[in-house]
Design a protein around this ligand. Structure first.
Ligand SMILES: [Mg+2]
Length: 123
């Protein structure tokens, strides 16, 4: 199991990285959607991407739209992890192809629950 963290906040990357490490999930971190696409190109598909909405260069929504046009990444679950909490925003992300939505701030319990919702094989 391999996850890609896409967030311009180093603190958030650290936090999510720790939570995933506790679940024995290997992690690669990047700071925006463009870097994420580059890593996916060079390192192959990930099982899961945890994606911030507001980022420089390429934001989370643009990233999701781009990824969902590429059949190679059909199997990758995408969870938006963001402070954008309006229902309309959530719907936009889901319509774009996000699999799950998690609002910041969140508890480790909710984080784990959302991963379970995705049906990912977590020990
Ligand atoms: Mg951000």
């Amino acid at each position: 199991m391999r996850a890609l963290i896409v967030d311009d906040s180093r603190a958030m990357r650290l936090l999510m990285g720790r939570l995933l490490a506790n679940l024995d999930i290997a992690v690669v971190e990047v700071g925006n959607g463009r870097e994420a696409l580059d890593v996916m190109e060079s390192a192959g598909p990930f099982d899961l991407a945890l994606v911030d909405w507001n980022m420089p260069v390429m934001d989370g929504l643009a990233f999701v739209l781009e990824v969902r046009q590429d059949r190679r990444f059909d199997e990758m679950a995408i969870m938006m992890v963001t402070t954008e909490s309006e229902e309309a925003q959530v719907q936009r992300a889901i319509s774009a192809g996000a699999s799950e939505y998690l609002m910041k701030p969140f508890s480790p319990q909710l984080f784990a629950q959302k991963l379970e919702n995705l049906g990912l094989a977590i020990r």
